[in-house]
Design a binder for this molecule. Sequence first.
Ligand SMILES: C[S@@+](CC[C@H](N)C(=O)[O-])C[C@H]1O[C@@H](n2cnc3c(N)ncnc32)[C@H](O)[C@@H]1O
Length: 252
Amino acid sequence: MDIASTGFDYDELEGEYAGVRRTDPHIAVRLREFLGDAQSLLNVGAGTGSYEPQDLRVVAVEPSKQMRALRSSQVVPALAHFAEDLPFAANAFEASMAILSVHHWPDLQRGLAEMRRVTSGPVVVMTFDPNAPTDFWLKDYVPEMHAVEMRRYGPIERIVQGLGGADVHTVPVTRTCQDAFQAALYARPEWFLRAEVRAAQSAWSHLPAGVEARAMADLANDLRSGAWDERYGHLRTAPTVMCQLRMVVSQG
Ligand SMILES: C[S@@+](CC[C@H](N)C(=O)[O-])C[C@H]1O[C@@H](n2cnc3c(N)ncnc32)[C@H](O)[C@@H]1O
């Protein structure tokens, strides 16, 4: 398998990824609850190491060379493997997690089966449910995004099935969320106008040519004229909003 076959080439990533996509403390607390009392943890599609609890024995796998290079000295070095082919024995880990990664996997079912195979306890998959209701306004500027996200994420039931049954939990996203995925910026529309922020959000690269530029021009105009604030300004102070972020938790 090749990293470019995963749909967004993290090896081409430049600039500020680690600064834009940081561990959000609220999400980290929720995740920690689901990991229970596990002592060993496999992080699949581990990226720069966000959300890896410091008090667990962590093994991280990450296929992108560039992502592995962006990991700080505070986290373990990641091994170069794909989710679909994990080189570990059955039940080698007490818990495992895949954080905002499964939508990149060429073979979702095989990757999930691999995670379940190597884990004796909880498997936690953090992802988005593109069918869930949301207050996030970006769709009004980029109506094309829904089709893109449906194609990439698909129905969340596929993940539940791939894990052999799981519970789906809503994850609240707060106004100051430190992990700047798109919905995390519901109260900070100006962030979208920064190219380095969008570069750390893979969805943009899947849109038809010209859509991103058009949407950003419209957003910039509306922010200048005050139209954005008239329509959505109440969200600037909303502590949380209805979002599509989910944790899918399969118990061992
Ligand atoms: C949005 S990043 C998330 C990184 C990290 N989990 C985090 O929360 O910051 C998605 C990651 O999934 C990785 N990835 C893509 N295809 C993969 C695959 N088939 N198996 C494992 N990881 C994969 C990418 O290289 C990338 O690092």
